[in-house]
Design a protein around this ligand. Structure first.
Ligand code: 0O2
Length: 220
């Protein structure tokens, strides 16, 4: 869960020199924007928790193993804006659909699709993009179901429709993605093609484990 201390960014004209006021106003807008994205994460994660709790009560089973939520850090945001050749301003930030991110880790592949279906059938959730990297894994071997959804956040003077990227995957897929990310991050010059191939083999092996575990689960 995100823990972010909420400071007040109300501008006091007397305290801010005139030449700094435009900069402070932009900063204030950025803080307000982050606050709105944070609210969207809380809304979607609460929806997912409610679904998981309902499953517990009805079926004595939890499809969600755990969740991780994150608001993209300013550093990672600026790197992405630069990578995409976008200006560093608020309009460009609206084009980034993974400012708000939720990772949902499920026990079995069936749970991944069940959670996605149940969330998407809710009236206030609009699907913007769906990428099924489980049916069609990435070249790296990466597997996960990605949904970009839009959710209304009701503020004091307006309603913002905020995109949230949800990555839904099994424990095995998550283990692979975390380790692969860590291994690639560690080696400044990138990994060798032999290592890349080895990682793809590991991803395939994890997928086979997922399939076999799911069969045992279904038999039970
Ligand atoms: P972070 O910090 O994990 O969020 P784009 O998001 O524009 O770069 P695209 O095609 O819109 O690209 O997004 P895509 O590929 O559907 O999803 C991007 C995110 O998926 C990444 O976020 C990773 O979290 C994850 N991902 C995609 N491919 C891989 C992979 O090969 N290995 C691992 N470990 N994760 C992957 P970010 O932005 O990289 O960073």
């Amino acid at each position: 869960m995100i823990i972010e201390k909420k400071d007040s960014f109300r501008l006091d004209d007397a305290m801010v020199p005139a030449q700094l006021r435009p900069l402070m106003e932009e900063f204030q807008d950025f803080v307000l924007l982050r606050n709105t994205y944070h609210a969207a994460i809380r809304e979607v994660s609460t929806k997912l928790e409610i679904l998981d709790d309902e499953f517990q009560v009805r079926y004595d089973y939890n499809p969600i193993h755990h969740m991780e939520c994150r608001l993209k850090s300013p550093k990672s945001l600026f790197e992405k804006l630069e990578r995409k050749g976008l200006d560093i301003d608020l309009d460009s930030i609206y084009k980034i659909t993974d400012m708000a991110g939720i990772r949902v880790i499920c026990n079995y592949i069936d749970d991944v699709y069940a959670v996605a279906t149940l969330l998407l059938q809710q009236d206030d959730i609009k699907l913007l993009r769906r990428s099924d990297y489980i049916k069609e894994p990435k070249e790296s071997g990466y597997r996960s179901l990605h949904l970009v959804v839009e959710i209304p956040v009701f503020l004091s003077d307006k309603t913002e429709h905020v995109p949230v990227e949800i990555q839904i995957r099994t424990i095995a897929m998550d283990t692979w993605a975390s380790l692969e990310h860590e291994l690639k991050y560690k080696r400044a010059g990138g990994i060798t093609s032999a290592m890349e191939k080895e990682l793809i083999d590991c991803a395939d092996a994890m997928a086979e484990v997922d399939r076999r575990m799911e069969l045992i689960h279904k038999e039970l």
